[in-house]
Design a protein around this ligand. Structure first.
Ligand code: GPU
Length: 822
């Protein structure tokens, strides 16, 4: 037994008795609480500390293995992570959930009550951040050494409350109750420079070198959160950087009595990691954001260099120690920073450094939306990162020479490929930097990867077709099935064996059970219980009473015009009007559940939330539709709430305009829990439909190429408005002022649709209604619906993030993952 292995101590023994003793010890000794006076939150903290011992013991052993074996490690650079609550996940991964339940039960404490106390770290906006967390989970599970590097935002994504029907943002104080999962690594701090100028100097070999003389230096301190894997001894590390002043005070100023200046630098430095920008897929060009990006990326690369040295590796073989993944372009500045570190600080020749850089990085693109493409005014960029601007010019110069050779006399192409946009005001293009600095570029679903090559990255695809690849996203079945849906997990364990969360290919064995009436009954019972629980939560959070045996029709995701929550609302209102016109209209009872945050500055998204709540105000109290329609806006959609919502969804709304949603991952989570999808041929919907079978998926709408053609031909929304009376009636109803009590409230939404309709809602309306009609019909046949639900789960195994991560390992990172069972 390894000397540091604590598995034989009381502190980390895993019997119920050991766990209980450790829990009580922590309550008293770590928290200073006598059991009789402890609150639920104290119970949570004491249990978290108890479990943390096990987690940290694994983490250090896993880390030690990585150093000793000198394997190539993966660094996942991401400005966002959304891990969700940790405690239950660790209990599952460590296999101590039952022992813990027993340990607490024995002293009258309910484990579920304790788990509910945990507040999640909301260090991301949505899909991109949650994907990063699924990937750390899967990396640990397939036994690959990895570190997720990011920012320890003091304030993460805002808390959303709904007041008088409107979104109101509250400050996310995720750290105020204490964070038992992180370890502040006092010994690991990096200095990060900003501003100033560069100078040349001559080294003792007579070489001209460049030195960056910054105007300010900030310190990054490491906070580590271990991420356990399922049934594996490997842990991933989420290493987040907090910014601090290098010295607490500018003592010179302080001694001269200039107190203001003395604290100014401290405040400025600490501000860097203060708050997450709450925009999803919108680049706003704020200087502080650029500084955040450089800050964490520089800390990460410096840390990787330190670890290379620690494990006896060579800087000149950096790429053999590390595969660095750029999660979108937010960390793309890393390309120039690694060059600076290698050339300026480690005295490598440019060409050698460049070869290493390209072998090290790979880049994942997560969107085609033009407004999300990051570009920084050259002036701003040069004032914050003067040396990086020079390096980028150096990279660009050599790169454009290469392009000239491949495509002589093609200035237009040169201008498009250049790292600098020179049409008018000059900008540094981060996607171009990421492409040039990477050996692999991937999209996140098959359709998205194809469109990338045809649109935003077409010139790069023409230049380097071999660099392009696709890795379809996946989600972790541990959190999103095993933890979120214990009822379903019980059935899966009985039918497939206890190891199913580690190998979703076994889900296929459920297929024959879709035809088994007894199994279908059990399936329905599990689903109904999930819906009852969600109904109770909805009542608690919103006061709205919903019927668990109605069809739960769910759209939860960030609020964006391209995701078309308002198309969903057009359907809701059309049903409402149909019932009002004809009380006998064949409408199956439905509960429409919406959830998601709008960026605080996104006017139309906030109006769409108000349109949901106004529709609810009208519909939920109208006796004419009682028992048939309910509309709920579930506030503060986050990972924790999502775990209650996904398992209760009957219908998963994935209705973005084709060509707009890069992948989607909520689509996978709901289908894996037994929802049927209504969706367009967009993102991963395409592959989900292929997997579950067209007959188990409600498809509608224009294809991506039909969308382009329609737009190219001059799209006229009014023609649809004029030719479809139900559409007209529905839009007129919104325009009439019948909703929300103010006739002008939804004027902007209506005007947007009638004069422009950039996301083609009107063009897809009729097809969407027809698909919803088919949904209603199938719902009426409960056996057929249930069997389709079972088949969805049986055929969704491919969408485990373990599969995605294995593909990254094999085709992009060139590291060995534990082979899958099949
Ligand atoms: N996505 Br870019 C975000 O959540 N935020 C972003 O800033 C960018 C992309 C999402 C995509 O919208 C979604 O389709 C995808 O599934 C997800 O990234 C993960 O790839």
């Amino acid at each position: 037994m390894n000397a540091i292995s604590p598995s034989n101590t009381i502190r980390t023994g895993t019997s119920a008795e050991n766990l209980r003793q450790a829990f009580l010890d922590n309550l008293v000794c770590a928290l200073g609480r006598l059991p009789n006076y402890a609150s639920a939150h104290d119970h949570y903290l004491a249990l978290a500390l108890t479990v943390r011992d096990h987690v940290v013991a694994r983490a250090v052993q896993s880390f030690e293995q990585g150093v000793v074996k000198m394997m190539r490690r993966v660094a996942y650079l991401s400005a966002e992570f959304l891990p969700g609550p940790h405690l239950a996940n660790h209990l599952l991964n460590l296999g101590i959930a039952e022992a813990t339940r027993e340990a607490l039960g024995g002293i009258g404490i309910d484990l579920d009550r304790v788990l509910a106390e945990e507040e999640e770290p909301g260090l991301g906006n949505g899909g991109l951040g949650r994907l990063a967390s699924c990937y750390l989970d899967s990396l640990a599970t397939v036994e690959v050494q990895s570190i997720g590097y990011g920012i320890r935002y003091e304030f993460g994504i805002f808390d959303q409350v709904i007041r008088d029907g409107w979104q109101v943002e509250g400050t996310d104080k995720w750290l105020s109750g204490g964070n038992p999962w992180e370890i502040h690594r006092l010994g690991i701090a990096k200095q990060v420079k900003f501003g100033g100028h560069t100078e040349t100097w001559t080294d003792d070999q007579g070489r001209t070198r460049v030195r960056w003389v910054p105007s300010i230096v900030i310190k990054g301190e490491a906070y580590d959160t271990p991420i356990t894997g399922y049934g594996s001894g490997t842990c991933s590390l989420m290493r987040l950087w907090k910014s601090e002043a290098v010295e607490s005070f500018d003592f010179e100023a302080f001694n001269h009595g200039d107190y203001d200046r003395a604290v100014e630098q401290k405040v400025d430095s600490e501000n860097l990691s203060k708050v997450l920008y709450p925009n999803d897929e919108l680049h706003r060009g704020k200087e502080l954001r650029l500084k955040q990006q450089f800050f964490f990326t520089s800390c990460a690369l410096q840390d990787m260099l330190r670890l290379v040295a620690m494990s006896g590796g060579k800087v000149a073989a950096f790429d053999e120690s590390w595969a660095v993944q750029l999660n979108d372009t937010h960390p793309a500045i890393g390309v120039a920073e690694l060059m600076r570190l290698l050339v300026d600080e480690h005295a490598l020749e440019w060409d050698d450094a460049w070869a290493i850089t390209q072998k090290t990085f790979s880049y994942t693109n997560h969107t085609l939306l033009p407004e999300a493409l990051e570009k920084w005014p050259v002036e701003l960029f040069g004032s914050v990162l003067p040396r990086h601007l020079e390096i980028i010019y150096g990279i660009n110069h050599r790169f454009l020479d290469e392009v000239r050779t491949a495509f002589p006399d093609d200035d237009a192409r040169l201008a498009r490929l250049s790292l600098i946009d020179e049409h008018g005001a000059r900008y540094v293009r981060m996607a171009n930097l990421a492409c040039v600095g990477s050996h692999k570029i991937n999209g996140v679903a098959a359709l998205h990867s194809e469109l990338l090559k045809k649109t935003v990255l077409a010139d790069f695809a023409a230049l380097w077709p071999e660099k392009f690849d696709n890795v379809t996203n996946g989600v972790t079945p541990r959190r999103f099935v095993a933890l979120a849906n214990p009822g379903l997990a019980g059935l899966l364990e009985r039918e497939l064996g206890a190891g199913w969360p580690g190998d979703l290919s076994c889900l296929g064995r459920l297929e024959p059970l879709a035809a088994d009436p007894g199994f279908r009954r059990e399936w329905r019972e599990v689903r109904l219980a999930n819906k009852r629980r969600l109904a109770a939560l909805i009542q608690e959070r919103t006061g709205i009473v919903v019927t668990p045996d109605s069809l739960f029709d769910v759209q939860v995701k960030r609020i964006h015009e391209y995701k078309r929550q308002h198309l969903n609302l057009l359907h809701v209102l059309s049903l409402y009007l149909s019932i009002k016109r004809d009380p006998d209209a064949g409408v199956v009872p439905r509960t429409f559940i919406f959830g998601g945050k709008a960026a605080p500055g996104y006017f139309l998204a906030k109006r769409i939330i108000r349109l949901v709540t106004a529709t609810g105000e009208l519909v939920n109290q109208d006796p004419d539709v009682a028992g048939r329609l309910k509309v709920v806006f579930f506030p503060d959609f986050n990972v924790k709430n999502a775990q209650h919502i996904y398992p209760a969804a009957d219908l998963s709304e994935q209705i973005s305009l084709a060509g707009m949603e890069a992948s989607g991952t909520g689509n996978m989570k709901m289908s894996l829990n037994g929802a049927l999808t209504i969706g367009t041929l967009d993102g991963a919907n395409v592959e989900i439909r292929d997997a579950v079978g067209a007959e188990n998926f409600f498809l509608f709408g224009l294809t991506a190429s039909e969308v382009s053609a329609l737009k190219a031909g001059g799209y006229q929304p009014q023609t649809y408005y004029e030719s479809d009376s139900l559409l007209r009636e529905t839009i007129d109803f919104i325009a009439s002022g019948a909703l929300g009590g103010d006739p002008d409230l939804f004027r902007p939404v209506v005007d947007n649709l009638l004069h422009g309709d950039p996301y083609l809602l009107l063009a897809d309306f009729r097809a969407y209604l027809d698909a919803q009609q088919r949904v209603g019909e199938l719902w009426g046949d409960s056996d057929a619906w249930t069997s389709s639900s079972i088949l969805n789960v049986a055929r969704m195994g491919r969408f485990s993030s373990d599969r995605s991560i294995r593909e990254y390992c094999e085709r992009i990172w060139n590291v060995n993952a534990k082979p899958s069972q099949t």
